[in-house]
Structures are given as C-alpha cells and as structure tokens.
Design a protein around this ligand. Structure first.
Ligand SMILES: O=c1ccn([C@@H]2O[C@H](COP(=O)(O)O)[C@@H](O)[C@H]2O)c(=O)[nH]1
Length: 638
C-alpha cells in the first residue's frame, strides 16, 4: 500500500471456489497501479497485487490445479503515474510488467495517440512476447512501412496441468485510433483464413480462451464477442469457450451457452476478477480438495440474455463455473491467500514494486498541491449539475479559466465531452495526480469565432441528442438492462474518512444524491447483478446512487450582464469533439469546416489544465490549504 493510503476494514464474505482452471482477471487498470489513496476499499497498490499473485500461484501448485493471469487492456488515461510522462505509460508500464501474465490484450487507450501505440508495440508487446494477443490490431512498422500485428494473432499452449488452450485477443470495432494502426472488424476477422485455421487447429483443444478489450455481454452494442463466439461455436460445436472482456468498466458475467461464459472485471484497480471452472475430462488437473469447487452450471435460457440468437453447443455440459468480484485491497488479498496481512503477506518483489511506485510518484511530483477541495463532487452519484455533481464545478471552472485574454470580453460558449472526465473529485488535497484522475487527456481547446448565437446555442442539445461521442459510464452506452430493472451501481465508494471529511459529510447528509451510508452496516460500493445472480461481489456493500449524465457539458462566459442574449459568440470546444461540433452546426444552418477552426488557447492548455488553474485561484480552494488534511499536502505548485 502507498504511504497515505488507508486499509480496508470489511472482510470478504467467504472463501473462493477453486476449480481445475482458475483465473485472476484485471482490466481497464488505466494507470491506477498506486491504488486509491483516498478510498480504503480500493487501497492496495500493484506491489500488494504482486505479493498476492505469488501466494495464489503457490496455492494452485499445492492443489495441482491451473491458475492463469489475464489482462484485457487500457493501461493508461486515469492517473498521474501513467499520464504525466511522455509518452503515457513510460514509467507505469514497467511497474505493470512486474506481473507475469499468461495472456494479455490491447485496449483502445493504447491506440488513440501514435506515441503510445508505438510504446506498446516497441516495448510492452515485446516484454510479454507470445502472451500478448492482438488478433485484430496492426500497426505500421516504421522500419518496413508495412502493417504488422502489434502482438501475436493467437496462442496455443498447454497449461501446467494439461489443459490445451487456444486463445485469441480481440479489440472491439474501435474507430478512434490514430492513423498508424488498423483494427480489423470482427466480421472480417472471422473470414480470415489464419483465424479459421486456428479455430480448426490440427492439435487437440480443451478450451478456447477469448480475451478482448470488448464488453463481455454480447448484447452490448459495442461488443463483438457474439460474432467471435458464433464463428467458433459453429465450427467447434462442443468445445468450451471462455471469454474475458473489458472496456465498459463494469462487473459482469454473461452466459452464452452451457459451455461458454464471459467475465468482465470492472476498472481502475477497484476490482480483481476471480473465475474458476471444473469438469474438463482431459485435464490431469485435480479438483482441489479443502476448497469449495465451482458448482454452478451455465444455463443460458434462464439468463434471458442469449434468447436463441446464438448457436448452442450440441452435447450436454458437465462444466461447473464460479465467479467473484474482489475489492482491490490488502485485506481481501490476504484473506484469500495467507490469511493475514502481517509479515507473511508481503513478498520481497511486492515490497520492491510498492517502493518503486512511491519513488516514481516522488520523481513525478504527483503529490504537489494545487488547492484544497472544499467538498466531494462525483461524476455519477448525483443528478447532472446538482450541487454534488462534478459537472457543476467544471462549468464554473471552465468559465473562470478558459479565457483568451485578447477575446476576453467576447461572449463565449465552452463545450466539453463529459467522457473527458474520468473520476470523482474527492474533498481534501487536490494534487497534480488528482488533476489526471479527474481528466487525464491532452485534448485542447479550439474555437470558431463569432458564431451567431442562434446557431451556437443549439449545438449542445444536438450533441446530447445524437450518437456523437460515447460517454464512458452510462447504461445506455452499455446497451445493458440490468436484470433487476434497477441500474447496477458503477460508482465509487466514499472517500477515506479523515476527521475533516466526516464533519463535512454529516453537514451534507439529507441532500438528494449525496453519497451517504445506509443503515445496513455495509459500506457503500459495488452491488452487482449478473447472469449468475447477485452473489458475485466478494465483499457485500450497500449501493451508491447512479444517475446518467449527458454526452456534453456547456459553460458560458462574458454574456451580457443585462441577461439578454449575445448576437454572436466564440464557440469553444475540445479538439476531441471538433468534427462533432461542426456537424451539429451544419444541422442548424452553420456552414463551417475544419478550416474555420483554430486553437483558442495554446495547445498545452488541455482538459488536464483548467481545473488546476481554477484550484490555484478559487478562494474556497485556497483558504484551507494550510489545514488541508492528508499527508499529501507537502508542497505547492505555483
Ligand atoms: O483523447 C481522448 C480519448 C478518450 N476520451 C474519452 O474517453 C472515452 C473512451 O474511454 P473508455 O475508457 O475506452 O470508455 C471516449 O469515448 C471519450 O469520451 C476523451 O475524452 N479524449
């Protein structure tokens, strides 16, 4: 755990079931290798995970069963550890690489920026070699000018205990990549001869493992797992297929047929997925004694998810499954391995990784303080632009800081995509690191000058009504109707309770949408419902309110003081959404092209800049700096 973090106090509900095949699954870590310094539930760091992995591997060996480690991508865009370097991941990827994964695959966040894509190709993919699977992702090799796979197309291997596995790594049909890479659509991939050959491999296959930065639930609009599953199932009617997904940042487990399930293990080092299965005939692996075994069959008809639209395996299944979503903290890790967090838990390598993260954080000056946030603002636990919703704060901050002094008196509209905001802002020290945690991207502010207000004022509504950009955390984007009919909780737990925080929260309690403890004795956190029911969360929690947020947020500034409308405005927007804004304008008669667009502020002023700028000047953020709680307040950025 990193200095300043606080350990969790709620123990898991019971032991994990081990099977013949067991998997630890991470996804969408987005740079959170330091753990969540302000949230005890997720306070383990990557060093703690390294120690945990060592113990779990030893337990698997002792039981003569297989344990695989799988990651499904998106290593950047979430914290200062990954995003304050150039390129992203320069120092955080080597930290990640301390875990010897068996299978990994690429995420869309490895492909937005050319330099990051090449860092992944030149370094990360080489570290993991034949375990890094990018079955449908290629990049131009600068030395040949030709496209080649970033990793391997497939991996066929035999586990320590005799399971013969054919594996693929498949990114969803992502289109926002920079022009050096190419994503082969799933529908095209399944027609490629190499893929057909691999599916019909001439060696025995006990299990297909299909991992992907790709929603595990096949009914999600973005998921291409249904296409891949159908292709494999049609060719191999009886071989089990196991899917590991990501991208939508949810805990989820979907049943495809009686020999196929898909696990998705959340995001941001909040969740560690555990999966086990038994019932393979061929494997020499035992069913572990002294541990509960997986007992649940995959029953697709009952789930209502597949609805007969996918092929089914032909013979009855003897397979049994188990899944759990573990909270990312040392108490959880120790509970499931050594039984104690005392000296037996930390391994030498784990300690080394923890110290390495601390050193990198110091080197990058991540705990430098901008201001003291007077309250917590959350991204989805409160209605849009309500008192405790982060977009209320951001609208104020945008108006106050996005100012080109030569045009300061011109009325302006500033539009950002809410997807540029990645996490809640927690009361207390607001550091350089926190600025990346809230908004890590290098997207900068462009504008079109002197747009008639009659046109500019309609852009927000058009953007929010249309399918322009995907926000990252709405059930609409997941195209997923929770089985209960109630939206599953995908919010975070409240921050660590320092005395200061407790005082402030009790003052807020009773306000609508504010995170507050329910009278259940449970701490707030994930309450997941998936195809196996509601027993997947390893530590039971009370749920946190969840509110959908629109695609985009608008702030206004320098409008006429008499309340009248301006006749023209500077229309300012992030370069990430420039083409969307232009096409929205065209719908209301605004005839603009990219030639009309220029940078409103220097390109170095990004989504990552405006909140720090605000924090450094807002009186409410500066007045408490001397007494701002938590040890992080050790220096000040000017
Ligand atoms: O430069 C960027 C890149 C991405 N975004 C936002 O992030 C989501 C994608 O994030 P996932 O974790 O893959 O869901 C994208 O839709 C944008 O909303 C951005 O703002 N700027």
């Amino acid at each position: 755990m990193q200095p300043g973090a606080t350990g969790a106090t709620t123990v898991p509900k019971g032991p994990l079931a081990w099977g013949q095949l067991n998997v630890l699954h991470t996804t969408d870590t987005h740079g959170w290798l330091l753990g969540h310094l302000k949230q005890s539930t997720y306070s383990a760091d990557w060093g703690d995970y390294v120690s945990f992995v060592k113990h779990m591997r030893q337990m698997a060996t002792n039981m003569s069963v297989d344990l695989l480690l799988i990651d499904t991508g998106d290593l950047h865009d979430g914290t200062g550890l990954s995003d304050s370097t150039s390129p992203d991941g320069l120092l955080s990827n080597p930290v990640f690489e301390n875990v010897n994964y068996d299978l990994l695959t690429i995420g869309n966040h490895e492909l937005y920026v050319t330099e990051v894509a090449y860092e992944t190709f030149n370094n990360f993919s080489k570290i993991y070699g034949d375990k890094y699977l990018t079955s449908n992702v290629q990049i131009i090799n600068p030395s040949t000018g030709q496209f080649e796979y970033i990793g391997q197309q497939y991996r066929y291997f035999t586990t320590a205990h005799g399971l013969r596995i054919m594996s693929f790594g498949i990114l969803y049909d992502f289109t926002g990549n920079s022009n050096v890479s190419k994503i082969i659509k799933a529908a095209d991939l399944i027609q490629e001869q190499w893929f057909k050959n691999a599916v019909n491999f001439d060696q025995p296959i006990d299990l297909f493992v299909v991992l992907g930065h790709n929603p595990a639930r096949p009914t999600n609009d973005a998921s291409t797992f249904g296409t891949i599953f159908t292709a494999i199932r049609n060719a191999r009617p009886d071989i089990p297929i196991q899917i590991f997904g990501g991208h939508t940042h949810v805990r989820d487990f979907a049943v495809y047929d009686d020999k196929t399930t898909g696990l998705e293990s959340g995001r941001y080092c909040e969740t560690l997925g555990w999966f086990s299965m038994s019932g393979f005939n061929q494997s020499t692996a035992k069913n572990p004694s002294n541990y509960p075994n997986p007992t649940q069959p995959a029953v697709p008809v009952a789930s209502g998810i597949v609805n007969g639209s996918y092929p089914m395996s032909k013979t009855p299944s003897s397979l049994r499954y188990f899944r759990r979503y573990l909270d990312w903290n040392r108490l959880t890790f120790a509970y499931h391995s050594t039984g104690s967090q005392s000296t037996t838990f930390n391994t030498r390598k784990g300690d080394f990784v923890t110290d390495d993260i601390t050193a990198i954080r110091q080197q990058l000056n991540l705990s430098s303080l901008y201001g003291c946030a007077p309250q917590t603002w959350c991204a989805s636990c409160a209605p849009f632009q309500s008192e405790n919703n982060i977009y209320s704060l951001l609208a104020t901050a945008l108006s106050a800081t996005v100012i080109n002094q030569t045009r300061a008196d011109n009325a302006r509209i500033i539009i950002i995509n809410t997807g540029s905001v990645r996490y809640d802002l927690i009361e207390g020290p607001f550091t350089y690191d926190d600025s990346f945690i809230v908004s890590p991207f290098d997207d900068a502010f462009q504008f079109i000058p002197d747009v008639p207000y009659s046109e500019a004022s309609q852009v927000l509504e058009i953007l929010n009504a249309g399918p322009y950009e995907k926000r990252d955390l709405t059930t609409r984007d997941f195209a997923f109707t929770p089985l209960s009919g109630i939206e599953t909780d995908i919010c975070i737990n409240p921050p660590v309770h320092h005395n200061h925080a407790i005082r402030s929260r009790s003052a807020l309690s009773g306000s609508p949408g504010v995170i507050r403890r329910q009278n259940t004795g449970l701490t707030p956190g994930y309450t997941t419902i998936d195809d196996f029911g509601s027993d997947g969360d390893d530590t039971p929690h009370s749920s946190i309110p969840y509110y959908n947020q629109p695609n985009d947020l608008q702030a206004n500034a320098s409008f006429p003081t008499d309340g009248s409308d301006p006749s023209i405005v500077d229309l300012i927007f992030l370069d990430f959404i420039a083409s969307d804004v232009i096409s929205a304008l065209s719908q209301v008669g605004g005839n603009y092209t990219m030639a009309d667009v220029s940078y409103y502020l220097p390109k170095t002023f990004t989504t990552n800049s405006y909140l720090p700028e605000y924090a450094k000047t807002a009186p409410a953020w500066q007045k408490n700096v001397p007494n701002c709680p938590v040890a992080a307040a050790n220096s000040t950025i000017n």
